[in-house]
Design a protein around this ligand. Structure first.
Ligand code: G3P
Length: 217
């Protein structure tokens, strides 16, 4: 399973990269706004900065919601670096844009996936990744893991190459459950990735080993 970090914060991206387990980065307009990035030039420069830190797929989201706008922005984003993946929202024009970029050999990530039918359409259009949002479904009492299971079954039935990129991860259990179901990728805030490290018995055991190590000196 690939690990992506879901942030536009360069310090957190560097920290995850230094762990040695990072395969890519996903961003969205909300995450970019959180970092105070404003204007086309600053946005494009920020993506270039991310590409310099991480050698893996970097999802950069278009801001337009019409086909022409998505194509114009997507081409500009894709020209920035070979690792840029054009992130496109799940709307009718988005499906057309996915097909357009797929035909041109440009990688895409279809975002805001909340149903198996949406994932199926995106895969048919040739999306490289689909991003089902777990946390936002759980927020409205819908079983997000069932969605991942359904998409996994559909993609496996027809051997779609589109990868399931589980997004809106809110806790380490989301990551474990996605790994059990067989999501290809999780994109997570740094905190949930680091939470995988934690176990009180590890902390206690290490404290004992450190104390006993002193007796060996
Ligand atoms: O990348 C989009 C997704 O991960 C958003 O997460 O926490 O805003 O639902 P969240």
């Amino acid at each position: 399973m690939k690990f992506f970090i879901d942030t536009a914060n360069l310090d957190q991206i560097k920290e995850a990269q230094e762990l040695g387990i990072l395969d890519g980065v996903t961003t969205n307009p909300s995450l970019m706004a959180k970092e105070g990035i404003k204007g086309t030039e600053a946005i494009l420069q920020h993506y270039k900065n991310i590409c310099e830190i991480v050698d893996g797929d970097i999802s950069a989201e278009v801001l337009s919601v019409d086909f022409e706008g998505m194509v114009r922005e997507g081409e500009e984003l894709a020209a920035l670096h070979e690792n840029i993946v054009v992130k496109i929202p799940m709307v009718k024009d988005g499906i057309k844009a996915l097909k357009y970029f797929s035909d041109k050999g440009i990688k895409t990530n279809c975002t805001l996936i909340f149903s198996p039918g949406q994932a199926l359409l995106a895969a048919k259009a040739g999306a490289t990744y689909v991003s089902p949002f777990l946390g936002r479904l759980d927020d409205i009492s819908v079983d997000s893991l069932k969605l991942i299971e359904d998409i996994r079954l559909i993609f496996d039935n027809y051997m779609f190459e589109t990868e399931i990129l589980a997004a809106s991860i809110r806790n380490p259990m989301h990551i474990i459950n996605c790994a059990k179901i067989g999501a290809d990728v999780i994109t997570s805030p740094l905190a949930s990735i680091l939470a995988l490290l934690a176990h009180p018995l590890t902390d206690n055991g290490l404290a004992t080993f450190v104390a006993d190590a002193k007796k060996l000196a």
